[in-house]
Design a protein around this ligand. Structure first.
Ligand SMILES: NC(=O)c1ccc[n+]([C@@H]2O[C@H](COP(=O)([O-])OP(=O)(O)OC[C@H]3O[C@@H](n4cnc5c(N)ncnc54)[C@H](O)[C@@H]3O)[C@@H](O)[C@H]2O)c1
Length: 336
């Protein structure tokens, strides 16, 4: 099987991790990166032999070696690079969420369909063995029928707000991960309504919520409750305090994602390092992020369908936007 030549567009926090994965991923070759911040792009390219650094994505997309791109610009800046990539005939891996509004998400899906290129959305929990285990149990009917789901994703106040303050709603950036996982778990049930409340005591001046709590009802009556916050204290023992519980008629399954199995007490305090999402192991990025990019590269190489589609990205976005709307209106909102 030939290697798939990949380019990364946007080499900030996430894009630099993508570049690091793709530099060492069997079956892939990182041939180009693009970012207006050329210094940042050069850092991301340094581990890949023959990787060209571009200042604009148009230049990257004109590079005939590039077969597929990973787009890692901010949530509100997804449409333009996806459209350009699709028009240039490149397959697209797009970081979550698909977009920040429905119109742009639909335009992203149409552009990729029209060009006949693949579109995969970066919901990395799909590739997490713990989250996958729940899906397998539910698919086998091992626990009976779902009754309710609880999903939590909280992180320290010095991380998300410092990076995204003023620009990104918490639910769009954070809750979207769990919404996608729950829609995946409960498929083919459909979400019908949502009631949400949010609070901003710490970050109101930045125009973002501290926390948002939401309850979604599905068409068969199943309930899903979502808790998302980026207001944990800086001293929090974990970077991502995640939890997933699915209570069913014949059992319950729970993921305690607050700690990832490793505890370090060192000179500067205690640390519970990530061992699932994108841990660095022997100089390489492992975990969910590596698995999802490997899956995308495999889909391109074998010309098979991607695992997380644009339509699924849009379905998660519709729920998240209704959460935000409900928190603003103070009413339950219908999801259509
Ligand atoms: N899967 C996850 O768990 C996870 C975690 C964090 C972020 N993300 C997602 O990754 C994406 C990027 O987030 P981030 O935190 O890395 O943002 P960031 O701000 O750190 O990086 C964005 C980069 O895009 C670059 N950029 C802006 N305009 C560009 C353009 N026209 N062409 C090329 N590059 C351009 C910026 O210079 C910056 O380097 C978002 O969609 C975010 O939701 C996903």
């Amino acid at each position: 099987m030939n290697e798939v030549n990949v380019g990364v567009i946007g080499t900030g926090w996430m894009g630099s991790l993508h570049a690091k994965v793709l530099s060492r991923l069997p079956g892939a070759k990182l041939v180009a990166v693009a970012d207006p911040d050329v210094e940042r792009a050069s850092l991301a390219a340094r581990e890949a032999d023959g990787c060209t650094v571009y200042q604009t994505y148009d230049e990257l997309l004109s590079d005939d070696r590039v077969q597929a791109v990973s787009i890692c610009t901010r949530d509100t800046l997804h449409l333009a690079p996806v459209r350009a990539a699709a028009q240039a005939g490149k397959h697209v891996f797009l970081e979550k969420p698909i977009a920040s509004n429905v119109e742009e998400a639909e335009a992203i899906i149409s552009a990729c369909h029209a060009a006949g290129v693949k579109l995969a959305i970066g919901f990395l929990l799909r590739f997490d063995p713990r989250f996958r285990h729940i899906k397998d149990l539910l698919e086998r009917g091992a626990l009976g029928e779902p009754i309710h789901v609880y999903a939590r994703r909280n992180s320290p106040r010095n991380v998300g707000p410092a990076r995204y303050g003023g620009s990104l709603p918490l639910a769009l950036h954070v809750t979207s991960h769990d919404v996608d996982a729950v829609l995946w778990y409960l498929h083919p049930r459909q979400p019908v309504s949502v009631y949400a409340q949010s609070v901003s005591k710490l970050f109101g001046s930045l125009g973002i919520d501290d926390s948002i709590l939401s309850i979604v009802r599905f068409d068969d009556g199943t309930l899903a409750e979502f808790e998302s916050s980026w207001a944990l204290p800086e001293t929090s023992r974990t970077q991502i305090d995640a939890r997933m519980e699915v209570l069913c008629t014949e059992g319950v399954v729970e993921i305690d994602g607050a700690e990832a199995g490793v505890y370090v007490a060192g000179r500067n305090g205690v640390d519970y390092p990530d061992t699932y999402y994108w841990p660095e192991v022997g100089g390489m990025i492992a975990g969910d992020l590596r698995e999802e990019l490997a899956d995308f590269v495999d889909a391109v190489a074998l010309d098979r369908p991607v695992s997380v589609t644009g339509e699924e990205g849009l379905a998660a976005l519709r729920v998240v936007l209704k959460m935000i709307e409900s928190a603003r209106s103070g009413r339950a909102e219908t999801i259509s």
